[in-house]
Design a protein around this ligand. Structure first.
Ligand code: NAP
Ligand code: MG
Length: 408
């Protein structure tokens, strides 16, 4: 790259480094695609598993606090340790998922949007525009109390009012043998901020909002989610949506799944925590690869955390450690940075920063559309003699060449 003036990013971005293959790609992206073009301060938190272990996971909490301070963070994928990882890394214990820790501190909704390409067609043929999944990131089965019931006995739900009122009881099941039970919860505050985040994002991106639950079966729990969305719509969005030609549409989750398979896409699909977890992976896979799914946590307090939806790509990392060449796709990691930079620039009122993010995204998309791609995409790409599989570094280098051209 020829010497030129770098674009100034006024406020530091909170940079959370991660593990395994994505850690290697993370530093390549910064070194080859960001630092040559940007005069950018970063507030760096190393969330490498060893570092979390050394700090008793304080580093993860510090990173979340830094996002609260600066407003925008960008996170590499991290290992959520299980017992295998405790042995592999010699850990003090199986620390909690960093994503769960950060979400619990920031609150909010995770929005996942696939990156669509001209030459990689979704396997669901009617899909023309991206479907964004808005996943509620609080409560339900992710914060459940569970009991393995060994044998005969009564299980009840009991609510004890703090003001000393009469307890409310419901029988869950009168067991005549062994079994299992689970208690889940959510709060009015969290559901309301979930609804607000979804309406806000749909309105900002000028896309329709769909919301679906199973309220015919869950007449209190799921029905309450529906009621909160409908009341938020009536109160704050009905006129704005009508003026912008946008629709809010509630339907049963089974009906939504069936309709989505026949739709052209181009809307936000709001889903409860578990539904969103599962459906976003289905949409990512149908759009070509897990590596083509972007993800952002939008907190009701105005904080943003961008990341890739995929994990640390462990198997590729082990191959890399053995000295084998890997063709790991960096697209979602690059888009985590461009998403963060775009929001940072909008908050700072520095339009050349979002303009840089647009150029980098175009450079990355055009690289794949010109046939240069990683191994995960090749089998799904339109047949073309120009197509070739490259390794991660060569792919990033080609993006850098394309980006350079756009910066003149
Ligand atoms: P993963 O890292 O997403 O990888 C699953 C498989 O998807 C890979 O083996 C690979 O398939 C494919 N893949 C994912 N990302 C890819 C990319 N960028 N380029 C090419 N192929 C890609 O999920 P995992 O193996 O279940 O989890 C590995 C570690 O990541 C775990 O320790 C888990 O805790 C962590 N994790 C972290 C996050 C996060 O921080 N947000 C999310 C999920 C998982 P092939 O092997 O077929 O090539
Ligand atoms: Mg999932």
């Amino acid at each position: 790259m020829s010497a030129r003036k770098k674009i100034k990013v006024v406020t530091p971005l909170v940079d959370m480094d991660g593990d395994e293959m994505t850690r290697i790609i993370w530093s390549m992206v910064k070194e080859k695609l960001l630092f040559p073009y940007l005069d950018m301060g970063i507030d760096y938190y190393d969330l490498h598993l060893k570092r979390r272990d050394e700090t008793d996971d304080q580093i993860t909490i510090d990173a979340a606090e830094a996002i609260k301070k600066y407003g925008v963070g960008v996170k590499c994928a991290t290992i959520t340790p299980n017992q295998d990882r405790v042995r592999e890394y010699g850990l003090k214990k199986a620390w909690k998922s960093p994503n769960a820790t950060i979400r619990a501190i920031l609150d909010g909704t995770v929005f996942r949007t696939p990156i669509l390409l001209k030459n990689v067609h979704p396997s669901v043929s009617p899909w023309k525009r991206p479907i964004t999944v808005g996943r509620h990131a609080y409560g339900d089965v992710y914060a459940a109390a569970e009991i393995r019931i060994p044998d005969t006995g009564l299980v009840e739900l009991v609510y004890t009012p703090a003001d000393g009122g009469e307890p409310v009881r419901r029988t869950i099941h009168d067991f005549t043998g062994g079994g299992i039970v689970q208690g889940i919860h959510n709060t009015d505050d969290s559901i309301t901020s979930f609804a607000k985040a979804c309406f806000t994002l749909a309105f900002d991106r000028k896309i329709d909002l769909w919301f679906s639950t199973k309220d015919t079966i869950s007449k209190i729990y799921d029905a309450h989610f529906r009621a909160v969305f409908e009341s938020e719509f009536e109160k704050n969005w009905k006129e704005k949506f009508a003026a912008a030609g946008l629709t809010f549409f509630f339907t049963l989750i089974d009906d939504a799944v069936a309709r989505i398979m026949k739709s052209e896409g181009g809307f936000l699909w709001a889903l409860k925590n578990y539904d969103g977890d599962v459906m976003s992976d289905m949409i990512a896979a149908a759009c070509g690869s897990l590596a083509m799914m972007t993800s952002v946590l939008v907190s009701p307090h105005g904080w943003f955390e961008y990341e890739a939806a995929h994990g640390t790509v462990q198997q590729h990392y082990y191959r890399h450690l053995k000295g084998e060449e890997t063709s790991t796709n960096p697209m979602a990691l690059i888009f985590a940075w461009t998403g963060a930079l775009r929001t940072r620039g909008e908050l700072d009122g520095t339009p050349d920063v979002p303009a840089f993010a647009d150029r980098l995204e175009r450079a990355a998309i055009e690289t794949v559309e010109a046939g240069i791609m990683t191994g995960d995409l090749l089998p799904f790409a339109e047949k073309n003699p120009a197509n070739r599989k490259v390794n991660t570094e060569a792919f990033i280098d080609t993006i850098a060449v394309n980006l350079d051209r756009k910066m003149v």
